[in-house]
Design a protein around this ligand. Structure first.
Ligand code: LLP
Length: 460
């Protein structure tokens, strides 16, 4: 009997999805190719073209369940004591909104567009929370009509909402976003909890705000919100948050308000490279939970209903982006550039935040690295580099390069720079691939263009 050789194991597939470089179903199949969700990545690239986002359904479901299970284990096993909201800015599209809603999560949205998409996906309005430091009257109205909760960010918004909520049968549910003054270590563009932030109310402004809120019957104040930043590996700032928030909680009560919901934001980091070592989802929930329990107990307050808003750690490691390798340029003793058919338009994180990624060659993921290369995107911009000085095996035009952990803030921040159509996205599970976002075509690119008659004549 011929025995099949054991498949080589991919590095760093961890118990908590956010600690895994690869989607959790990733393996190497009998053809020696990278496989995700039971689908051969090379075959998908051939069939659907590249660049291509390949999203592993199991990883997203597993991440949602980890959050939910951890809250009931560490905080309270009462069903309605914790609600996990998916921070949909990480990747807002109908399929992902519907998937996380099916897992029992609510949704954090930050614009009319995100809210509209969530509603189109069938997410119940009463599980949606609208954030943002600029909400237009139209966006607020959409939220009111949907029965969503509005997270107040400034006094101007309070005035608008007070006006819009007049005549509503039910008071509009509002939370208040506070900048708690908690510092954490992450890129300065994605820090939000320190005092010098454009988001939320300064703690000094809360007396005035609570006084006003206590006089507006058409708004139902339900609680407080804070978010300290993103891609954070430390647990202490999240534990400290409970203590900071309880002070604001007590203040609200002094104005006759009765907060019951505490939203601690998102922020848990993921592994982009072997060097990254984020805590697991369970460790994060345990730390946040301990901070809240300790501070609320100490203040003699009943435990609030807790909400959290993970984005990156729910979807980041679910996705790989497949690219087709093109030509290379070797500059002796300086660097070898390898070009691929995508770049900053489908993944703007390296050029924006100097973010580092890991890649594998999908058609031979276990080949030994033999060279140091810089993977460059195809855009007309020197900084359009996806991976800088990374070790890769021998590589040739036509190979499929998979960049890992591209599920968060890639598609959602994608652009059409250089008039490059945005890639398709596939949701893979159990050997089946469903298109969840169609690849844009050239005609999509000119769909909103208008050519004034007088220019038509001259252009011909
Ligand atoms: N809640 C609020 C109010 C937020 O502002 C954010 C992220 C989250 C939750 C989710 O944070 P997460 O769990 O994903 O860390 N574009 C940047 C990230 C910006 C994050 C903005 N706010 C990046 O690509 O790294």
């Amino acid at each position: 009997m011929v025995s099949t050789p054991a498949l080589p194991v991919l590095p760093t597939i961890a118990a908590s999805p956010n600690q895994s470089l690869y989607p959790i179903t990733a393996t190497i199949n009998a053809a020696g190719h990278l496989e995700v969700g039971g689908c051969d990545v090379v075959e998908l690239a051939t069939q659907y073209g590249t660049p291509l986002y390949i999203v592993d359904e199991t990883t997203i479901r597993q991440s949602c369940r980890s959050y939910r299970d951890s809250w009931s284990r560490h905080y309270s096993d009462e069903a309605d004591k914790a609600l996990v909201l998916y921070a949909s800015k990480a990747w807002n599209c109908k399929a992902i909104c519907a998937l996380v809603a099916e897992e029992g999560l609510g949704l954090d949205v930050v614009s009319g567009g995100e809210l509209y998409t969530a509603l189109e996906a069938g997410v119940p309005g009463d599980r949606i929370y609208l954030h943002g430091n600029y909400k237009s009257a139209a966006e607020l109205q959409l939220a009111i009509d949907a029965g969503a909760t509005v997270v107040l960010d400034n006094l101007h918004e309070l005035q608008m909402l007070t006006h819009l909520a007049q005549g509503q049968q039910q008071p509009v549910r509002v939370m208040v976003r506070v900048t708690p003054g908690i510092e954490c270590h992450t890129h300065e563009y994605i820090r939000t909890g320190h005092l010098d932030s454009k988001f939320g109310f300064d703690p000094n402004a809360l007396d005035d705000l609570f006084e006003r809120l206590s006089q507006v019957p058409q708004l139902a104040f339900v609680g407080l919100h804070a978010h300290i930043g993103s891609q954070i590996f430390e647990l202490q700032p999240h534990t400290d948050l409970g203590n900071a928030m309880v002070q604001f909680w007590l203040k609200a009560r002094r104005y006759g308000l009765d907060p019951t919901e505490l939203n601690v934001g998102g922020g848990l980091g993921i592994r982009y490279t072997e060097a990254d070592d984020p805590p697991s989802i369970d460790e994060w929930v345990q730390a946040v939970s301990a901070g809240i329990k300790q501070s609320f107990d100490l203040a003699g307050l009943p435990l609030p209903k807790v909400l959290c808003e993970p984005g990156r750690s729910l979807v980041g490691s679910s996705t790989i982006t497949a690219y087709t390798v093109g030509g290379s340029k070797e500059i002796p003793e300086i660097r070898t550039y390898l070009s691929v058919d995508g770049g900053m338009s489908d993944n703007p994180r390296p050029i924006t935040y100097q973010a580092a990624y890991t890649s594998a060659i999908a058609n031979r993921p276990n080949a030994d690295p033999v060279q140091t290369v810089t993977v460059a995107g195809k855009h007309c911009e020197s900084g359009d580099v996806l991976l800088k000085d990374v070790r890769l095996p021998a590589i040739a035009p036509g190979d499929i390069l998979a960049v890992l952990a591209t599920g968060a803030y890639n598609y959602s921040m994608a652009s059409n720079y250089n008039r490059i159509p945005r890639p398709a996205a596939l949701l893979v599970d159990g050997g089946r691939a469903d298109t969840i976002i169609e690849r844009e075509t050239y005609s999509d690119l000119v769909r909103q263009d208008r050519l004034p008659i007088r220019l038509t004549a001259r252009a011909r």
